[in-house]
Design a protein. Sequence first.
Length: 101
Amino acid sequence: MTQRSREETIADLFPVVAHPTRRSVLRTLRRTDHPTVETLARDLTERRAGEVDEDLSVALHHQHLPYLADVGVIDYDPDAGTIASTDATDAAYDLLDAVSN
């Protein structure tokens, strides 16, 4: 990736890391190979110290995961409920690390 395209990619990723739920999704994806929507919702809920929140599952399925897939950060199969990393996932991790420090 050229320097210019990397800078453009990072600029495109700012909205990804702007939302706390999407930041949590990225952190979980970094730790977990190919999570499902169910395991992702469970993990995010446990981090919030509560029972699995059905509203969170719905928001992941209909809002956050499709958005992350649209910008190319993940591959998301809504029918199977599976999530996988893409080439852009590492750039999102880099930006997440930068804004977290």
